[in-house]
Write a protein of this length. Structure first.
Length: 202
């Protein structure tokens, strides 16, 4: 994990994913941050702070623009939600001690990106930072045969974990014309396929 930055006040954490980093803050104190997470498959990121001795610095967490309902907890206590703004950094400025823990829960509700111009009448579906696309390997319908779906009634569900390039598979459930059926989607397909394969989504 290497995508981080530093300013006069402390550390900026821009990238989320399993791993750890070491850095120095103002005064030369060494800090190690360890992330335990399945992001971007899941929205929770647990950050363990390791310092040799108590040291004050600001930890600035990047809050993605799409995460409108982010929750942050410090050592088990929820921090003020009205101070967490999507598209900005959330700053925790304090004296840190060994074992301090920060837990971030990003907003992984499904969201739609409505197409324009040649993609008018279509939409792309996202779950967190991941662009979803219809995957015919897990469905019997031809992409051209997908009926119009009501985006407000789509629901994300847990799928069996798979390995290899499909390890981030995600599934949606949607009411179909005749019965309740599953429409499986995945992030494994190229992003450019989003508009082509999301035909019928409104």
């Amino acid at each position: 994990m290497c995508i981080r930055d530093r300013d006069a006040d402390g550390l900026l954490l821009n990238w989320y994913g399993p791993g750890e980093l070491s850095a120095q803050v103002k005064g030369g104190a060494k800090v190690r941050l360890r992330q335990d997470t399945e992001y971007p498959r899941k929205g929770r990121v647990a950050i363990q702070v390791d310092v040799a001795k108590r040291v004050r610095f600001a930890l600035k967490l990047r809050i993605p623009y799409w995460s409108e309902r982010t929750r942050v907890a410090l050592n088990g206590g929820r921090l003020a939600a009205d101070e967490i703004d999507a598209g900005r950094y959330f700053v925790i400025d304090r004296e840190w001690r060994r074992g301090d823990a920060v837990v971030v829960d990003f907003d992984f509700r499904l969201r739609q990106w409505v197409g324009e111009k040649e993609c008018r009448g279509r939409a792309s579906l996202f779950r967190g930072p991941v662009l979803l696309t219809y995957d015919r390997r897990f469905n019997s319908l031809d992409p051209d045969g997908i009926p119009k779906l009501d985006a407000q009634r789509l629901r994300a569900i847990s799928c069996p974990r798979v390995e290899g390039p499909m390890r981030r598979k995600c599934c949606l459930t949607a009411p179909m014309p005749a019965e309740e059926s599953f429409v499986c989607v995945t992030s494994a397909a190229p992003a450019k396929a989003a508009h082509r394969t999301s035909r019928g989504f409104r």
